[in-house]
Write a protein that binds this ligand. Structure first.
Ligand code: C2E
Ligand code: MG
Ligand code: MG
Length: 765
């Protein structure tokens, strides 16, 4: 035992030499129990173990008093009782087995009260120690010099709960005097605090360990919403390290996907209830949106709010599976196209919009022809491949806002939105027929040929509701099948016929352009004062072997709708410039060649290059070319229109405003678009001598043009009365049957060569 003692003593002596112990050891003049705080401080912040702290306290006791000390602790649930430290006790004492709690008299006492110590004069004989492990008592029994008295002070936390005991043993059966008792009591208080602090810290550590390994992100802020703690899961998800996050506000990960009102409501609920939970979308460091479920709780210490703790569950996976479920419910798994359910809901939505905007909407039902044969002859996997290819092929050609859906089997449906004219739906149907006819090359080098029958219904003509429109498109589709397949039918027979004719016209027009069936006619224009020809207007004519002569009023709109106008317009521009150049080369008096340009051409990006190219190819000086625009060219985007007109002007080309008076006739155009000429529409000229309103409009237009220094020309002048009227009003030029009908190139050449004049008033000649 002596050797053990010496060993322990020397270890304490050693400890005393070390800086750590010296710092804890009492300094001269320092009140003994101020040490307590410093010991606890070391325990918490310097990572000193509880055993070390207790040993330091015990060393202090044993240095001052001839008593030996052992500290025993209850476990957390107060179910067992274990020796924690006993630096001055023998090995046999220290190896005393853990007994049941009730066996230890001192433990039983401490459980009953933490306020008063237990004193036993002779532990060997004390009834309280009757069941105590022999090894503890042996020390007292075996040697007379062993321990006899026990002064056992319960250790307690601040709530007065017993944590264990600090046992002071004396060799003699003596009771410590009052001063000693007070000292023991204070040592026990110090040890109790150390144990309580350690236990708290253990709990905290455990909690932090749980938090750090938790799957959920945890974020703790102070009352000012400054982050004081974030766990590993939070860091991993947000991409911010703890260092980056601490001190910041949770708005660090704010996504701005929720408005200010969302956060205001969240904070007001939180302030009122100390709790908020709900879905939120945050953003990680690299900007990705994170759907999350957030639970925030206010933490209060004795009623005072100190912190907010937020637990964040990641919803990305959940959202993903929701999306997958949505995909399953709304999309066809083979083609990934919307299924019938989604198609109907999109159609309903589109119908609401069409009603609001007053626009049309097309529904096209597509059914493959003899698809059963493909399945039966080539097998279902090939059939599936064909469906996939067809879906992809159509999808690539439909506009983003339109919906292509697979209704099932070999049935597809296209919803075409923002349609202005049933024509557009017919054109789309035509395109689909063509797409369907293209062979499908399969992996096995097989080529499969398909076609489809299409049924078309148009809102509002063919139905007002989704089910009506689908049903009618379906009926039309069966009609197309009956007509021999590989075709489309509109629901209404009348529309069907019209559309078919239009489509046919379109096809014929394409062919006509290639075959040179279009011709330009030229209508002379004359100066009203001197009667001389000062220009010609080129007017397009189509002589079709199938339809005969077709007026531009009929085919120009079809060309505009089908996009053919660009080629047709470019052809007319080239042809007119070439003709004007030929007349110049023939030595005929110079005149201005007027070419009509459709609003579609005007809006297209390449009008300028078409004009430049025509001038270059023909060698016609730009000031002999006049472009006729209608007022609709300026409706959509006036600013852009101004830019184009300026650019045309820069080329040296003249600009005339055709059909003036039939559009909005905004006076603003006249001054802003650098125009050279206003053409008064023939509608005003026709009854200019009988209709006072039209007469007034024509007169005002002429006066206005004069005041703006713009030339004026009256169209459709058919008789002398009209001519007289216009002359009196000061109109600059005229064009009309009175002077000449539109003539083909040859006839016009003769006309020009003859140098015909407009009848003029003798006095003015
Ligand atoms: P516009 O540019 O206003 O052409 C004048 C139209 O009035 C021409 O009809 C012409 O034949 C007709 N006209 C001329 N004098 C008289 C007359 O005294 N009495 C009556 N009743 N009519 C007269 P057209 O040739 O049928 O052309 C109709 C429209 O087609 C043109 O109206 C123009 O807007 C368009 N158009 C003609 N050629 C072209 C072209 O090459 N390109 C484009 N984009 N449009 C063209
Ligand atoms: Mg014209
Ligand atoms: Mg006109």
């Amino acid at each position: 035992m002596n050797s053990e003692r010496t060993e322990k003593k020397s270890s304490i002596a050693e400890q005393e030499k070390t800086g750590g112990n010296r710092r804890v050891g009492r300094k001269a003049g320092e009140p003994a129990f101020d040490m307590e705080r410093r010991a606890v401080y070391r325990l918490a912040f310097e990572g000193v173990s509880l055993a070390q702290t207790l040993e330091t306290i015990i060393a202090d006791v044993e240095k001052r008093f001839p008593w030996r000390v052992a500290v025993w602790l209850f476990n957390e649930m107060q179910q067992s009782f274990t020796l924690k430290v006993a630096p001055g006790m023998s090995k046999s004492y220290c190896s005393a087995p853990r007994g049941a709690l009730g066996n230890y008299g001192c433990a039983r006492h401490a459980l009953q009260t933490s306020a008063t110590p237990l004193f036993l004069e002779n532990i060997a004989e004390a009834a309280e120690c009757a069941h105590c492990p022999q090894r503890i008592k042996m020390q007292a029994l075996q040697r007379g010099a062993g321990f006899s008295a026990l002064w056992s002070a319960p250790l307690a936390n601040t709530q007065g709960e017993s944590l264990g005991v600090m046992n002071f043993y004396a060799r003699m059966p003596t009771q410590p005097n009052a001063e000693m008792q007070a000292s023991f009591q204070r040592f026990a208080l110090e040890a109790g605090r150390a144990v309580a602090f350690w236990e708290q810290e253990q709990q905290l550590r455990r909690a932090l360990t749980v938090l750090s390994i938790a799957n959920d992100g945890v974020i703790v802020t102070d009352v000012d919403a400054r982050i004081v703690f974030v766990n590993k899961a939070w860091c991993e998800r947000s991409g911010y390290s703890q260092e980056e996050a601490i001190g910041q506000r949770p708005s660090l990960v704010k996504s701005n996907l929720q408005g200010q009102a969302f956060y205001q409501e969240m904070w007001s609920i939180l302030r009122e209830n100390d709790e908020w939970q709900g879905e939120i979308v945050n953003r990680n460091k690299s900007g990705e949106a994170l759907p999350q479920f957030l639970r925030v709780r206010g933490v209060r210490d004795k009623g005072v709010l100190t912190h907010y703790v937020g637990v964040i569950t990641d919803l990305t996976r959940l959202k993903q599976s929701e999306r997958e479920a949505e995909q399953l419910a709304h999309y066809d798994s083979l083609t990934r196209l919307p299924n019938r359910l989604l198609a109907i809901s999109r159609l309903n939505f589109a119908l609401e919009e069409a009603e609001r905007n007053g626009s049309r909407l097309g529904v096209i039902c597509i059914n493959l022809d003899r698809f059963k044969n493909i399945n039966n002859s080539l097998g279902y996997p090939t059939g599936d491949q064909v469906l996939q290819r067809i879906a992809r092929r159509i999808k690539e050609r439909v506009r983003g806002k339109d919906t292509l859906a697979r209704l099932g089997g070999d049935e597809f449906m296209l919803i075409q939105e923002h349609v202005r004219h049933p024509d557009e739906v017919a054109r789309m149907a035509q395109l689909m027929l063509e797409l369907m006819r293209q062979p499908i090359r399969l992996e096995a080098e097989n080529e499969v040929y398909t076609s489809a029958s299409l049924g078309v219904s148009v809102y509002p003509e063919d139905g007002k509701t989704a089910s009506e429109l689908i049903q009618h498109a379906d009926t039309a589709m069966y009609h197309a099948k009956k007509q021999g397949r590989d075709t489309f039918c509109f629901y209404t027979a009348e529309l069907s016929l019209q559309m078919r004719q239009r489509m046919h016209l379109e096809t014929q027009m394409r062919r006509a352009l290639e075959n040179g069936e279009f011709k330009l006619f030229y209508q002379p224009q004359a100066d009203i004062v001197n009667g001389k020809i000062n220009g010609v207007e080129s007017l397009m004519r189509w002589k079709s072997p199938e339809f005969g002569s077709i007026a531009p009023g009929e085919f120009i709109p079809v060309a505009e709708q089908s996009g053919l106008i660009f080629n047709l317009g470019a052809w007319a521009m080239n042809e007119a410039c070439a003709q004007a150049r030929r007349w110049l080369d023939e030595g005929l008096p110079p005149l201005v060649m007027a070419v009509n340009v459709s609003v579609y051409q005007f809006r297209s990006k390449n009008l300028l290059s078409v004009v430049e190219e025509a001038l270059k190819q023909s060698g016609l000086p730009a000031h002999y070319l006049e472009i006729e625009l209608t007022e609709s060219a300026f409706f959509e985007d006036a600013e852009e229109a101004i830019t184009i007109t300026h650019k045309l002007h820069d080329l040296g080309v003249k600009l005339a405003l055709d059909d003036f008076g039939t559009g909005y006739s905004s006076l603003a155009y006249l001054s802003r678009f650098t125009l050279d000429k206003i053409k008064i529409d023939q509608g005003f000229v026709r009854d200019i001598t009988s209709n006072t309103t039209n007469a007034a409009i024509a007169s005002a237009t002429i006066a206005l043009a004069k005041s703006l220094n713009i030339s004026s020309l009256a169209e459709g002048v058919e008789n002398e009365h009209q001519l007289d009227f216009l002359r009196q009003r000061g109109c600059a030029s005229v064009q009309g049957f009175l002077f000449s009908h539109p003539l083909d190139a040859e006839a016009c050449t003769t006309f020009l060569r003859e140098g015909k004049h407009l009848p003029v008033i003798p006095t003015l000649i």
